[in-house]
Write a protein that binds this ligand. Structure first.
Ligand code: SF4
Length: 326
């Protein structure tokens, strides 16, 4: 009989929860359409659900009518985008994850110190585009150990490194090690940039993959942290499949399999996990074991602009008192 081992923690992180609630509340408060700069989180189902509710996802602020409401996604934006939004008089609600904002703040600080910033991450990812925009003239993207080994720099004495929040911890450490070998004085961020959710989900999948014949990761192909989960299991020699939903499961993956580990990236809704479990129970009579490797209690507040708008809705200003008739 097939046994399912469910990774815990899995799925939504505090940043994704906050971003999703932000967009829900913005639609409720201001009505459709609400524009969203980039996908609110990198998940096909989440994006489709919001599209059906009246969210319009754009890749350029030029697509947003002047004065409209725009939500910045969890991945953050560059200062240039903030300025463009102000120039177009848009009502901005910033759903950037605070852990991404932390990396932006570090970038600004290192740039002010006159350092070249070696940003470890994946070219083209929304988060990297936003972070690089904080100090474009000072940034150098480093995507691999090879790049770290061959990087040519004019000034090797004033360097710092930062990382994307959703990298593989092991891959990032190898790159950092190579950078430190070459540039011993390279400054590091005061605390780890790879976020708690990324680390916890990687730790869980690493433990569970040891016991599994196959690993299923719920998440979209453009979700960096989801891809890393499937890669980690694959690197351990366990077949791993990144899927958007249960209908993508191919029966051949489960032929002769006894133990299936299931996890989900930080942007994948729990109902997709439940649907997968239900499918395996119905088709293979699978039993389920929830395996907790860590407890999470992180929570992020809604963006300040939204909190103010909600407070104003709940406690509208007193109407001006009409003058007494004379
Ligand atoms: S994965 Fe990490 S950095 Fe990204 S939204 Fe979640 S908590 Fe924030």
């Amino acid at each position: 009989m097939v046994r399912i081992i469910l990774a815990n923690p899995r799925g939504f992180c505090a940043g994704v929860n906050m971003a999703i609630e932000t967009l829900d509340q913005a639609l409720h408060l201001f009505g459709a359409p609400v524009y969203v700069y980039h996908e609110i989180v990198h998940n096909k189902h989440v994006v489709e659900r919001f599209r059906a509710k009246g969210a319009i996802f754009v890749d350029s602020l030029g697509e947003v009518p002047a004065g409209a409401t725009v939500v910045f996604s969890a991945h953050g934006v560059s200062p240039e985008i903030r300025r463009a939004a102000a120039d177009r008089d848009l009502r901005v609600i910033d759903a950037t994850c605070p852990l991404v904002t932390k990396v932006h703040t570090e970038a600004v600080r290192f740039a002010r110190q006159g350092r070249t910033i070696l940003l470890i991450g994946h070219e083209g990812h929304d988060e990297i585009t936003g972070t690089m925009g904080e100090a474009p003239e000072r940034m150098r993207l480093v995507q691999s150990v090879d790049e770290a080994a061959t990087l040519g720099l004019d000034d090797e004495d004033h360097l710092a490194f930062l990382t994307q929040t959703t990298l593989s911890v092991d891959d990032a450490n190898q790159i950092i090690e190579r950078l430190r070998d070459r540039f011993p004085a390279v400054a590091a961020p005061p605390s780890e940039d790879i976020c708690y959710a990324t680390q916890n989900r990687q730790e869980a999948v690493r433990q569970l993959a040891r016991e599994a014949d196959v690993v299923l990761v719920l998440g979209s192909q453009n979700s960096s942290n989801s891809r890393r989960l499937a890669e980690i299991a694959g690197e351990m020699g366990v077949p791993a499949h990144l899927i958007d939903c249960a209908s993508e499961i191919e029966p051949g993956w489960l032929a002769g399999v006894e133990r299936v580990a299931i996890t989900a990236g930080a942007s994948a809704p729990e109902e997709l996990v439940a649907e997968c479990v239900a499918y395996l129970e119905a088709r293979y009579g699978a039993s389920v074991e929830d395996r907790r490797t860590r407890t999470e209690d992180m929570h992020f507040q809604l963006p300040v602009e939204l909190r103010r708008a909600l407070a104003a809705r709940q406690h509208p200003a007193e109407p001006p008192v009409a003058p007494e008739p004379v």
